[in-house]
Design a protein around this ligand. Structure first.
Ligand code: BES
Ligand code: ZN
Ligand code: ZN
Length: 493
């Protein structure tokens, strides 16, 4: 994929020029007027006949643009002007790409508009292209939707700002798709060991330090919770640690991004039902988001010190599996009664959070996990759940998410919720039952983060896209890659 920024749309010689149009926008002023004239009034007539109304992600293809060097115009609706933000541009470019993808065309140009800063507009437009080109059908032997688009042009008034936005958009867009590729793989091709080799590969490509801990090292550290989850599986658990540090970094802060990396969640002996179980290959989406974010951070080079910690294991039922009622001892010494082996994500994260604090000296912890089905009941696939012990981190993460087009909504963590996790035999149990399922999952983790400022993002809602949309394929979304990377970048300023 090749990107370029150019100043004037009338010099563009691409196959198609995508034009963002608001609902009820006049064709008698500004750029729409110019384009309407160049197409002999086609745009105005489409609008008059309600063939195109500018509704969000609506499109109209115009075949002849005699007054222009481009061969075709693609009008793409932005929706209502009052609701416009740079996020509309992410969908704009993504919808354009997916609309013309099946056609034998090789170059596509995007018109950006003056309504948001050029840098951010370009970044969002470029991210949209990456979101749109991803296709999950990698094992199809025919009809692969690869497409012929190769070159993308961004038309922007301020070239220097656009170049900067392009660099950021590429780093974030590519890293999002990097995570989506990991998540999309069947679990048999993305075991904890495979996750570790992907981490080693990406570390050498972008310049990160990497360390992989196997089960023997985990035993030595007393990580009984992740070992307990993994003990029913034929695959060895891996704790993957990536490190980024800017050479001029002099600060005190050590950030840690911690991801749930269950490469397959069968539920263990508390076995899940057959329906939809195939989707549980995406239970490592938190770890994939952390790996993707670390990749983006390495490319964006903020003045910061950041660790990515990925707790990878497979949750399987077998003769060696943990059984309901078993008690596990975590790295902090805190003991857990496992009442439900399907609440395994919080177990692996408990040890990973303690490891990040104790061994890596993390001063701020953010974990990302496909932790609960309940977050889908609460939010559908629109918002991810955010829980935290630190007001500032909440504000920072929500705003980092806004920039990324990833929505987070805070849930409470009052101590009453802790009552549900009391155990008769151990310090706590791993499930509080169905009421407030997402919150009790967060509360459980909070106890392991302790006094260290911590936030938890439950992406079981937004990590997977079940319905086809005009701007994105079904399947993994790469949720949280851009939010986490943006958060690190803002934190370093
Ligand atoms: N990986 C699941 C959460 C999940 C469920 C993600 C459905 C996406 C779709 C997690 O390990 C799990 O099974 N959680 C249990 C927790 C319960 C036993 C307290 C759940 O949500 O039912
Ligand atoms: Zn589970
Ligand atoms: Zn799980």
């Amino acid at each position: 994929m090749e990107f370029r920024v150019v100043k004037n749309y009338f010099e563009v010689t691409s196959d198609v020029l995508a034009v963002p149009v608001f609902e009820k926008e006049s064709t008698e002023e500004g750029i729409l007027k110019e384009l309407n004239e160049a197409t002999n009034g086609t745009i105005a007539s489409l609008v008059e006949n309600r063939e195109f109304q500018g509704k969000a992600n609506e499109t109209a293809y115009i075949h002849t643009a005699s007054g222009l060097k481009v061969r075709r115009l693609l009008l793409v609706g932005l929706g209502k002007k009052e609701k416009f933000s740079h996020n509309s541009l992410r969908e704009f470019s993504a919808t354009a790409v997916r609309t013309i993808k099946g056609k034998q065309l090789s170059s596509l140009a995007f018109l950006t508009r003056g309504d948001v800063a050029t840098g951010l507009a370009t970044q969002a437009t470029v991210e949209g292209v990456y979101l749109a080109v991803f296709e999950p059908g990698i094992y199809k032997s025919r009809d692969k939707e690869s497409g012929s688009l190769k070159e993308y042009l961004i038309v922007a008034s301020d070239l220097a700002a656009a170049e900067e936005g392009l660099t950021r958009g590429k780093a974030l867009g590519e890293s999002t798709n990097f995570a989506r590729e990991l998540i999309n793989e069947p679990s048999s091709n993305m075991t904890p060991k495979d996750m570790a080799s992907r981490a080693e590969k990406v570390a050498s490509e972008v310049g990160l330090e990497v360390k992989i801990l196997g089960e023997e090292s985990m035993k030595a550290l007393g990580m009984g919770a992740i070992l307990g989850v993994s003990q029913g599986s034929a695959e060895e658990a891996k704790l993957i640690v990536l490190k980024y540090e800017h050479p001029d970094f002099k600060g005190e802060e050590t950030l840690a991004l911690v991801g749930k990396g269950i490469t397959f969640d069968s539920g263990g002996l508390s076995l899940k039902t057959a329906e939809g179980m195939e989707k549980m290959k995406y239970d490592m989406a938190g770890a994939a988001a952390v790996m993707g974010a670390m990749r983006a951070v390495a490319l964006l080079k903020p003045k910061a010190r950041v660790y990515g910690v990925m707790a990878c294991a497979e949750n399987m039922p077998s003769g060696t599996a943990i059984k309901p009622g078993d008690v596990l001892k975590t790295m902090s010494g805190r003991t857990i009664e496992v009442v439900n082996t399907d609440a395994e994500g919080r177990l692996v994260l408990a040890d990973a959070l303690v490891y990040a604090k104790k061994e890596l000296g993390a001063t701020h912890l953010v974990d990302v996990a496909t932790l609960t089905g309940a977050v889908m009941i609460a939010f559908g696939s629109v918002y991810a759940g955010l829980m935290s012990t630190d007001k500032q981190m909440v504000a920072e993460l929500i705003s980092a998410g806004k920039e990324a087009g990833e929505r987070l909504w805070q849930l409470p963590l009052d101590d009453e919720y802790g009552e549900q996790l009391k155990s008769d035999i151990a310090d706590c149990k791993n499930s509080g039952g169905r009421p407030a399922g997402t919150i009790t999952g967060g509360y459980f983790l909070k106890e392991f983060a302790g006094d260290t400022p911590w936030a938890h993002i439950d992406i079981a809602s937004t990590g997977w896209n079940s319905d086809k949309k005009p701007y994105i394929a079904k399947g993994p979304t790469g949720m949280a890659v851009r939010t986490l990377a943006n958060w690190v970048v803002t934190r370093s300023r």
